[in-house]
Design a binder for this molecule. Structure first.
Ligand code: MLT
Length: 260
């Protein structure tokens, strides 16, 4: 399905009934990264998965996308769909967006799942490197980012072709907008102790991009957070270990239903 939101045609999946669970993909991915979660949870929940602007089947963004800008797009989509409060799951960059969403729209959340992500901003050097990459992508296209990122997403090299397939729909404009947005993203650490909702923090023990220690640190700052470590999984934990990931997510979602 597609909906024009703030001038951008946003593609999304919306299937099933029950407590809405909304999935936000990481960089430079697409909603197909959540295929195994969509297939599993549409039997018990309303499952919504979004292609961020410039990724998957969504139209291009007009310029750099701050994390709060993506969060607004998600907010508009949920308003259009009339979901009411949701369980929001964000992977990596999707987690940066989920934290921005939690700051802007806490009333729209029943729970927050932070998947292989971190609350802190880029270091000055990291931000500079992202801006330099954005410039190179402008000159030569998305290939260099896909070549660099795909092998780091999973611990099992046999899965790299699947990851490249998901990344193949990332556009030049989408990648540049996300890189510039991530380079400028604010520190979301301070609001963590004030989060007043159930939070699930999860990552793989073989994450080459955001080490599990970051998840541990983040979970300690969030009152009552549930922390899961998925053995043998890399950064794209939900794709690489879907059975283990889904079973932990299902347990956590049950706690939200009990609190309803
Ligand atoms: C992602 O998977 O979304 C990226 O690793 C996030 C980042 O580059 O910081």
């Amino acid at each position: 399905m597609k909906k024009l939101l703030n001038g951008i045609e946003v593609a999304y999946t919306d299937e099933g009934t029950g407590l809405p669970v909304v999935f936000i993909h990481g960089f430079p991915l697409a909603r197909t990264a959540w295929a195994r979660q969509i297939a599993e949870f549409r039997t018990s929940n309303r499952v919504i998965a979004v292609d961020l602007p410039g990724f998957g089947e969504s139209g291009p963004p007009a310029g750099p996308m701050p994390m709060a800008g993506y969060a607004d797009t998600i907010g508009h989509l949920l308003g259009h769909l009339g979901t009411g409060p949701v369980a929001l799951a964000g992977h990596s960059m999707g987690g940066y967006i989920a934290l921005a969403f939690a700051n802007a729209h806490p009333e729209m959340l029943k729970g927050l799942a932070l998947v292989s992500t971190r609350p802190g901003p880029d270091t000055p050097e990291g931000a500079q490197a992202r801006r330099a990459t954005a410039q190179k992508v402008g000159e030569s296209g998305p290939g260099l980012v896909i070549d660099a990122m795909a092998p780091k997403m999973v611990s099992d090299p046999a899965m790299i072709p699947d990851v490249r397939t998901i990344m193949s729909s990332a556009t030049r404009d989408g990648i540049i907008a996300a890189l510039l947005g991530m380079a400028d993203r604010p520190d979301c650490t301070d609001p963590l102790p004030k989060l007043k909702l159930p939070v699930w923090v999860v990552s793989g023990d073989h994450d080459a991009l955001i080490p599990h220690a970051e998840s541990e640190r983040m979970a300690k700052l969030i009152p009552g957070a549930t922390l899961s470590l998925i053995p043998g999984a890399g950064h794209l934990v939900a794709l690489e270990k879907p059975v283990e990931f889904n079973s932990s997510l299902a347990e956590w979602l049950k706690t939200l239903d009990r609190g309803a």
